[in-house]
Design a protein around this ligand. Structure first.
Ligand code: FEO
Length: 169
């Protein structure tokens, strides 16, 4: 059985994952109407789907453990971006915020002696390491590319080969 403290904290994480899904959906939609960003578009549609899966896993866990997962109202995400670089900066910033939140949850599960939740959260710890790595790599690449149009062309083409993107097309 979940304590009220853990249930509330997990529900806050549900909201964060839902807002992540919305934020990446907005990035995908913005990218889709820019010329030549088909790869980036698919990448963010896929990221959005993944965040929804993260949210669903939490909802199912809360309910299975005798709690009540409350579906939250969501803030409207950023809809437009000055450049593709800004999109990926936001992506990294967002993932770092999610990692902080997961770390706080892990800490809370230990102080509350809720080892089942602690165990459940390890999946998110690993997922965050991977997402931060991807976001950092893509930001580094964009910094290298700068204003080089052919570099950008290759970036957009290569991002289609990121795991999970190709099969979503
Ligand atoms: Fe589920 Fe990328 O945070």
């Amino acid at each position: 059985m979940l304590s009220k403290t853990i249930q509330d904290a997990l529900n806050k994480q549900v909201q964060m994952e839902a807002e992540s899904s919305q934020a990446y959906l907005a990035m995908a939609s913005w990218a889709e109407i820019q010329p030549g960003l088909q790869g980036v578009t698919e990448f963010f549609y896929k990221q959005s789907d993944e965040e929804r899966v993260h949210m669903l896993k939490l909802i199912r866990f809360i309910n299975e453990r005798g709690g009540f997962a409350m579906i939250p109202a969501l803030e409207q995400p950023l809809l437009t971006f000055q450049s593709i670089i800004r999109v990926f900066e936001e992506f990294l910033k967002h993932e770092l915020k999610v990692s902080d939140s997961i770390n706080d949850l892990v800490h809370l599960s230990l102080t509350e002696k809720d080892y089942a939740t602690h165990n459940f959260l390890q999946w998110y710890v690993n997922e965050q390491m991977e997402e931060e790595r991807v976001a950092r790599t893509l930001n580094d690449k964009l910094e290298m590319i700068g204003d080089d149009k052919s570099g950008m062309y290759l970036f957009d083409r290569d991002i289609l080969n990121y795991p999970g993107v190709a099969e979503k097309k």
